[in-house]
Design a protein around this ligand. Structure first.
Ligand code: MTE
Ligand code: MO
Length: 490
């Protein structure tokens, strides 16, 4: 190892530009990252940390928290910070928090204003869910209440943006303007539900801790998206796939203008019934910036993480996207694996999602009137319940089973399906039921009742009963029966 060089905090603060060189600290380490600035996937934003500790930035941009990133950083190490007692500038510069907070705020200063009704899980970057009762108020979620999941600041993208296309046989990338796309291709409306891989993570976390944002049940929403078919655009811009690539070509990558990226299997992208769009309208209005405006890749039936917002480049490739979010995130692991034991390279990227359902009304702990009669007119007490159900891959919902006794007896819910073609049921199903409540669960006219729901999709896949059986340390694909405990009053 190199003989350690020591730097005062004052010295580190002087290195804040490419001309003066760019230094950052992490823990006690001092790093000269000047050469890295141009290849930083997040671009020049990295300069905001220049002269400071990158820890608070990495706390926000959790994409950095991996062994690989740490290893990469180590390559730029030039020495250590002086121990604080030996550093005359320690006290003078100790209070960095304010400068760092301001730097972070600057990163997000152009983020759009959001509807205060959204339930914020993190402010910077913005992660906010649709309030539970709003999930089933309207079949199509209004734009202002559609959940928001951003990994980075919202980029500023011009309406005249060009999208770059690349394929291994193309001598050069080809740029096509959004205006040309809109002009040249038929516009399609596709109603699609988007669900985050981490929807309902908090329930899993409450059973046993997992890593990730604590979403309840609102990291899912439904909208009508207008766009042009990606398949047609690829065929025109990239031409027919040469014979020697037919078998090799497996993936289509989407690059987001702010640094995010993901890919989907090419079979989905080129499926004429797959309805993958380059979309620019949401519920009849211009695509809002939070949802990818002016232009987004829309991948119906797949985990929302693949519907890349602010799409600036589309690449046909043999391998999956190299993006962190394709390779090192959004994968499922076995129930007994710890974070350290979870090997991302051995696990499959989430694409289509499993069958899901949730109770949106009533909410946990709510006091409910159980005096209504069950719809099937048996002489029982009942409670009015509402919810959503959805499955990936265009699979529709054939049935939602609801129980008022914790899962011993069940009734069929009344469904409101999207009315889409079989195999292209991209949108959710809403359901309601008057669920019978056993008298004996209401001791002396009052008591707690557990309402449970589970859905069955058109492949007759059914939600698993127990959270333990689907537990995974990243808290993704949470699909166990949804249980809501309420207080019933006669
Ligand atoms: N695309 C870009 N460019 N940046 C992002 O952070 N987040 C992904 C996906 N596409 C993301 C993105 C994830 S994880 C989800 S769940 C959805 O966008 C959220 O879409 P929404 O914010 O429109 O609800
Ligand atoms: Mo997500």
């Amino acid at each position: 190892a190199l003989a350690a060089k020591f730097f005062s905090r004052d010295e580190v603060r002087k290195h804040t530009s490419k001309e003066k060189r760019v230094w950052v600290t992490k823990g006690d380490g001092v790093y000269d990252i000047t050469e890295f600035v141009d290849v930083h996937p997040g671009g020049e934003r990295i300069l905001l940390a220049a002269g400071y500790s990158i820890d608070p930035f990495w706390a926000i941009f959790s994409v950095h928290n991996s062994a690989e990133t740490l290893e990469l950083l180590e390559e730029y190490r030039i020495g250590n910070l002086l121990p604080k007692d030996d550093d005359p500038s320690y006290n003078a510069l100790k209070d960095d928090t304010k400068a760092i907070t301001q730097a972070l705020e600057r990163l997000f200063k152009n983020d759009p204003v959001r509807d205060p009704q959204l339930m914020t899980r993190s402010e910077r970057p913005c992660n906010a869910e649709t309030p539970p009762e709003k999930l089933t108020d309207d079949f199509v979620t209004p734009n202002n209440l559609f959940f928001v999941r951003n990994h980075l600041p919202v980029p500023e993208m011009d309406a005249h943006v060009e999208i770059e296309f690349d394929a291994p046989w193309m001598p050069d990338t080809v740029k096509v303007s959004l205006e040309d796309l809109k002009r040249k291709y038929e516009h399609l409306d596709v109603m699609t539900t988007l669900q985050c891989a981490g929807n309902r993570r908090k329930e899993m976390h409450d059973a046993k801790p997992v890593k990730g944002l604590q979403w309840t049940q609102g990291a899912i929403s439904n909208a009508v998206w207008t766009g042009v078919p990606l398949k047609k655009v690829i065929e025109d811009v990239c031409g027919p796939i040469p014979k020697e690539y037919e078998d090799k070509l497996q993936h289509v990558h989407f690059h987001g203008a702010e640094g995010y990226g993901a890919s989907i299997p090419i079979a989905k992208a080129l499926d004429p019934r797959g309805d993958v769009l380059i979309t620019f309208k949401m519920n009849g209005t211009e695509l809002p910036r939070d949802h990818g405006g002016p232009v987004r890749a829309l991948v119906p039936g797949h985990v929302a993480a693949r519907s890349v917002k602010w799409v600036s480049k589309i690449t046909l490739a043999e391998d999956e996207s190299e993006s962190h979010w394709q390779r090192r995130d959004y994968k499922g692991f076995g129930p007994s694996k710890t974070l350290e034991e979870s090997k991302y390279e051995d696990s499959l990227s989430i694409q289509e999602m499993p069958v899901q359902s949730c109770i949106t009304v009533p909410q946990p702990g709510q006091v409910v009137d159980v005096n209504q009669r069950a719809v099937d007119s048996r002489d029982e007490k009942s409670v009015a319940v509402k919810g959503y159900a959805w499955s990936g891959g265009g699979r529709g919902i054939v049935r939602v089973d609801v129980s008022g006794d914790g899962g011993k007896t069940w009734i069929d819910a009344k469904l409101r399906r999207p009315g889409q073609q079989q195999g292209r049921e991209w949108a959710w199903t809403h359901w309601e039921a008057n669920v019978p409540i056993p008298e004996n669960s209401l001791n002396g006219g009052k008591g707690s009742v557990e309402i449970v729901c589970k859905a069955v999709d058109t492949s007759y896949n059914e939600q698993p009963e127990k959270m333990e059986s689907v537990y995974n340390v990243r808290g993704v694909l949470v699909s166990a029966w949804h249980r809501v405990k309420v207080e019933g009053i006669l």
